[in-house]
Design a protein around this ligand. Structure first.
Ligand code: ADP
Length: 673
């Protein structure tokens, strides 16, 4: 390969033809002026035209402007009327003329030299003239002129410096083109950005609110062409919803006056009558403290507002339901109430505020049930169980215990685990149920007793009847036979049997009366009552020489005096009756404290009762000592009366000959009587 720079003749320096040199000089000036004064506008077209002129000036077959990229040259501009590389084509650099130019960093002319230069051969060139292209002072690429059929023309010092000048100028143009491209790209990006947001950018006058600019999305927003936004001076105010027109412009005006950036939400009316909700974020640009321009972004928030409205409505509906519910509703989080409805507060006797601020959940639970409640809350919060329904004992603000049934679900509230549930006060139901159960037990007991009763009554009443019938028969015979003494005896037997029957019937009558309240209950002094009964039994006690000891200061009880005296009468009467042959008969009447409750007692040192019969003797017609007068009704009656008043009666005795003590409890008078 031959670099022919040394072989080129220098024009004006020993040039054989001064006129030719002169002509060349003129051509150079024309070229430069044509290139440089080319009408502005499209830089690309300008560069293409410049390349055409340069190619023609140097008599080349092709002009190429290439950009170097990673050891290759990418063809950017080409002028090749008879064929050449295509724009965008990547040419090799290594061992080519372009490579030489880059290496040399200055104008390089390669003359034809018997086709031995591979750099020329590769493109079928016969000669080459090239110059490096700097862009903004940095190497960019190469401006190359290819000679195929034509040979390299005169490339003296002037032409070389002309080429260098042109390269500088092209570099400047390429830089400008890059700037233009950058700008276009940036613009496109902004346009894309603005176009992709639903926001409308606008610019307006701080005094009149007339728009000087609105982005094209405004058209889609309200359906009015952008021109109308800008041309109608009152477009904004006139299209604000009448309900917002009163405040929104005034709000904006005040903030603008104070040069304050502001955000507000209002409605506008679209061309088709639709109501469009907007959020307007307005920046006030000021100079010397005075607003000069408003720049804002409007966002269409109609859907969001609609969703908010629906949510608000739904919430209002559910809130009303919950607030008015007859069931307690709560949300528990970290041991405290995050929400309670008024009913829940009412159930526990608090106000909702007291429960939300001052109380923990456990404050509403009786101590014994706290572990149960804590465990049930834990199981739901930790996800072991989704829903639990159970009953616990709650404590009201006034200290009263209530039964509550809860049904709680695991939930998430404000992003954290919680329990949401409903609660019912079931105290009344519980009480009713307990009463019902008690009633059923009692009824069953009564039924059983009634059966026993019917049986024993018919049995016990039959024996005096049988006696009467028997003696009536005997009486008839004795009368016929005129046995006067026998008649008397028969009549005695009949009379006795009659008395027995009467006693039995009286006893039964007394028993049947117990359940019916004859007199309303009132305070009764046990002291007085015992005194009265002892007077009644005075004769018997004296006849048997029984010593009676009464504990002074017996408490006052509550009940029907007559019924209560029947209790004492029977117990003291039995004590006298079942004294046996005790040489020092003694009865003690008093009261003992048993488990904090006063227990009255009637103690004797009589024949005693075998422990096997301690329960049995309270049954109707149950008698252990048939040789002794009696009906077996007394203790059954006593038990009925005591139990009617809510008390209890039982006997304690170590057995035969060891005496007996009958204990019974009676309720104290209720407060305020
Ligand atoms: P009654 O006295 O008419 O026999 P009660 O119902 O009063 O009937 O008493 C039932 C039975 O209990 C008596 O028959 C008697 O065997 C026994 N009993 C009652 N009180 C005493 C007592 N204080 N000591 C020993 N046994 C008694």
């Amino acid at each position: 390969m031959h670099q022919g720079k040394a072989s080129l003749p220098e024009p004006g320096n020993g040039s054989p033809d001064p006129r030719a040199a002169e002509r060349r000089w003129r051509e150079r000036v024309r070229l430069l002026s044509r290139i440089m004064t080319h009408p502005g506008g499209d830089t690309d077209a300008h560069l293409a035209e410049a390349l055409r002129l340069i190619t023609a000036y140097f008599g080349a077959d092709a002009g190429v402007i290439g950009q170097v990229e990673e050891a290759r040259m990418v063809v950017r501009y080409v002028h090749a009327p008879d064929g050449g590389p295509a724009p965008g084509e990547r040419l090799p650099l290594d061992g080519t003329c372009e490579g030489l130019v880059l290496q040399a960093g200055e104008v390089v002319a390669v003359e034809a030299c018997e086709g031995a230069a591979p750099c020329l051969e590769h493109a079928g060139l016969t000669a080459y003239l090239g110059v490096p292209l700097p862009v903004r002072g940095k190497p960019y690429g190469v401006l190359g002129l290819w000679f195929r059929s034509s040979s390299l023309g005169p490339a003296g010092a002037e032409d070389r410096s002309l080429l260098a000048t042109l390269a500088g100028w092209i570099g400047t143009m390429l830089a400008r083109r890059q700037d233009e491209q950058d700008l276009r790209r940036r613009e496109a990006r902004y346009r894309e950005l603005i176009g992709s947001t639903l926001a409308i950018l606008w610019e307006g006058d701080p005094e009149t609110f007339a728009f000087s600019f609105v982005s094209r999305e405004a058209e889609a927003l309200l359906g009015y062409p952008v021109d109308r936004w800008i041309e109608e001076p009152n477009f904004w105010v006139e299209h604000i919803h009448p309900e917002d027109r009163g405040w929104a412009p005034a709000f904006c005006a005040r903030a603008t006056e104070e040069c304050r950036r502001h955000t507000f939400e209002y409605r506008m009316i679209a061309a088709d009558g639709r109501v469009v909700w907007l959020r307007d974020v307005v920046n006030v640009l000021a100079e010397d403290g005075r607003p000069v321009r408003l720049v804002g972004v409007m966002l269409d928030i109609t859907e969001q507002k609609e969703a908010e409205r629906q949510l608000r409505e739904a919430e209002a509906k559910f809130r009303a339901l919950v607030e008015q519910s007859l069931t307690g509703v709560y949300i528990i989080q970290e041991g405290r109430f995050a929400y309670v409805n008024p009913m829940l507060a009412e159930i526990f006797g608090y106000t909702p505020e007291e429960l939300l601020r001052g109380c923990t959940v456990m404050d509403l639970v009786v101590e014994e049930d706290r572990p149960l409640v804590a465990e049930n809350i834990r199981r739901r919060v930790e996800g072991e169980e989704e829903a639990i329904r159970y009953t616990f004992r709650g404590r009201r603000k006034d200290g009263r215990q209530i039964y509550v049934e809860v049904h709680g679900l695991r939930a998430t509230y404000q992003g954290r685990p919680a329990v949401i549930g409903t609660l019912l006060d079931v105290t009344e139901q519980r009480r009713a149920q307990q009463e019902r159960e008690q009633l059923i037990t009692e009824l069953e007991a009564r039924n059983a007793e009634l059966e026993r009763f019917t049986y024993t009554v018919s049995h016990d009443l039959r024996s005096p009847l049988v006696t009467i019938q028997g003696f009536v028969g005997l009486l008839r015979e004795d009368l016929k036979a005129g046995r006067r003494q026998a008649v008397e005896q028969d009549l005695d037997h009949i009379e006795k049997a009659g008395i027995t029957m009467r006693q039995l019937l009286d006893g039964l009558l007394g028993l049947s009366r117990v359940g019916r309240l004859v007199n309303p209950p009132k305070k009764v002094s046990m002291d007085d009552l015992v005194g009265d009964v002892l007077v009644l039994l005075g004769g018997e006690l004296e006849a048997r020489g029984v010593a009676v000891a009464v504990q002074p200061g017996l408490p006052v009880v509550y009940g029907d005096r007559i019924r209560l005296s029947e209790v004492l009468l029977n117990l003291i009467g039995n004590a006298v009756k079942f004294m046996g042959d005790q040489p020092h008969p003694r009865i003690e009447i008093g009261v003992e404290d048993r488990e904090g409750q006063p227990c009255f007692y009637v103690r004797d040192n009589g024949i005693g009762i075998d422990p096997a019969y301690h329960e049995k003797i309270f049954g109707l017609f149950e008698r252990l000592h048939t040789g002794i007068d009696g009906t077996g009704i007394g203790l059954a009656l006593v038990r009925r009366i005591v139990e009617f008043y809510g008390g209890r009666i039982w006997v304690e005795s170590e057995g035969a000959g060891k005496g007996s003590t009958f204990y019974f409890t009676l309720p104290p008078p209720p407060d305020g009587t």
